[in-house]
Design a protein around this ligand. Structure first.
Ligand code: ASP
Length: 311
C-alpha cells in the first residue's frame, strides 16, 4: 500500500488505502466492546486534537481512539487556545508541533487547513477532522465501515444523500469515495442547497425526494449547515423543508424493505429526519458512532507507523 503520511481528504486516498483503513478499523471494533478497552498500539505516541469548530462525535472518538490504544491525548478547543489572544492558526500549530506530538488532528472552518499547515510542520502527521465545507475523511471511513458491516461491500449500491449538499463536507467526501469504490450517489436537495456543477462528481441529481427513493439501498440525511448558510432564503420554512426533504416512515417504505438509514450527526429531529425513522430498526446512526472510534483507531495507528498487530 502507498504509505500514508497525513490524512487530508478522500481525494488523496486510493481505493487500496481506503479499504486498508476500513478493514483495520473493522479489526478494532472488538477492543471497544470488551470490558477492558485497552491495547498497547500507541504507547509512547502523543496525539493533539485541535478543534476550532464544535464537535461531539469526532472529537470524543479521536480522544477515545487514542486513549484506548494507550496513546497520550491532549484536547484543545478554540475557546481555550491562544487564538483568542490573537495568535494566528499557523503560530498555534507550529507551537504545538514544537512539543513533538506524533499526530495533530485539526478541525477548522477553513477549507484546506491541513494542506496549508503541512509545509510548516514537516515532522507531524496531520489529520483533517473536518475543514469547512471541504472534506471530512474520517466520517466517510466510518460510514464505509458501517456499510461493510451491513452489506459486505458498497460496490454497486445506491446511496441517496439528502439535504444541504452545498455546504456539507460529508457529502463532498462521499461523492469522491463513491467514484473510487464503485457505488452510486443520488443527491437530493432544493436547488438553493445544491452546489453548481455537482454533476461533475458523476452523481445522479434530484430536486424531488420522492422520485429518488425507489431503488435506494441507503438514505443518508444531512443537517442544514446553518453555520455556513449565508442565504437566509435557501428554503421557505423548517416545516416546508421537513415536508419536502424530511425522511418519515412513509418515505422510507417507498425506498423498499431493505433500505437503511444513515446520518453523520448531529441530527435535527423534525427537520431532516422524523423521530419514528431515527429510532427505527432501519437506523444505523448509532452504529456509525460506534464505528467512528474504531476507524479513528485505524487512522492513528497507521499514521504512527503501526499495523494493528500490536493490539
Ligand atoms: N458532523 C458532521 C460534520 O462535522 C456533519 C454535521 O455537522 O452536520 O461535518
Amino acid at each position: 500500500m502507498r504509505p500514508l503520511k497525513h490524512l487530508f481528504g478522500i481525494a488523496d486516498l486510493d481505493r487500496e488505502q481506503i479499504e486498508y483503513l476500513v478493514n483495520l478499523g473493522h479489526s478494532f471494533i472488538d477492543i471497544n466492546r470488551r470490558s477492558l478497552k485497552k491495547a498497547p498500539t500507541l504507547r509512547g505516541k502523543t496525539i493533539i486534537n485541535l478543534f476550532f469548530e464544535n464537535s461531539t462525535r469526532t472529537r470524543t472518538s479521536f480522544e477515545l481512539a487514542g486513549k484506548r490504544l494507550s496513546g497520550d491525548v491532549i484536547n484543545i478547543s478554540a475557546s481555550t487556545s491562544a487564538t483568542t489572544k490573537g495568535e494566528s492558526l499557523l503560530d498555534t500549530a507550529q507551537t504545538l508541533a514544537a512539543m513533538q506530538p506524533h499526530v495533530l488532528v485539526i478541525r477548522h472552518s477553513l477549507a484546506g487547513t491541513c494542506e496549508l499547515l503541512a509545509d510548516y510542520l514537516p515532522h507531524t502527521a496531520l489529520v483533517n477532522a473536518g475543514d469547512g465545507a471541504h472534506e471530512h475523511p474520517t466520517q466517510i471511513l466510518t460510514d464505509l465501515l458501517t456499510l461493510k458491516q451491513a452489506w459486505g461491500s458498497p460496490e454497486g449500491k445506491v446511496i441517496t444523500i439528502v439535504g444541504d449538499i452545498a455546504h456539507s463536507r460529508v457529502a463532498r467526501s462521499h461523492l469522491l469515495a463513491a467514484k473510487k469504490l464503485g457505488y452510486t450517489m443520488r443527491v437530493v436537495a432544493p436547488k438553493t442547497l445544491l452546489p453548481s456543477k455537482i454533476e461533475r462528481y458523476g452523481c445522479e441529481v434530484y430536486n424531488d425526494f420522492d422520485a429518488a427513493l425507489p431503488g435506494s439501498d441507503a438514505v443518508y440525511l444531512l443537517r442544514i449547515q446553518t453555520e455556513r448558510l449565508t442565504d437566509s432564503c435557501a428554503f421557505p420554512s423548517i416545516r416546508e423543508y421537513h415536508e419536502a426533504y424530511g425522511l418519515n416512515a412513509k418515505r422510507l417504505r417507498a425506498a423498499g424493505p431493505d433500505c437503511i438509514v444513515m446520518h453523520p450527526g448531529p441530527m435535527n429531529r423534525g427537520v431532516e429526519i422524523a423521530t419514528e425513522v431515527a429510532d427505527s430498526a432501519k437506523s444505523h446512526i448509532l452504529s456509525q458512532v460506534e464505528h467512528g472510534v474504531a476507524v479513528r483507531m485505524a487512522v492513528l495507528t497507521t499514521l504512527c507507523g503501526g499495523t494493528g498487530e500490536e493490539a
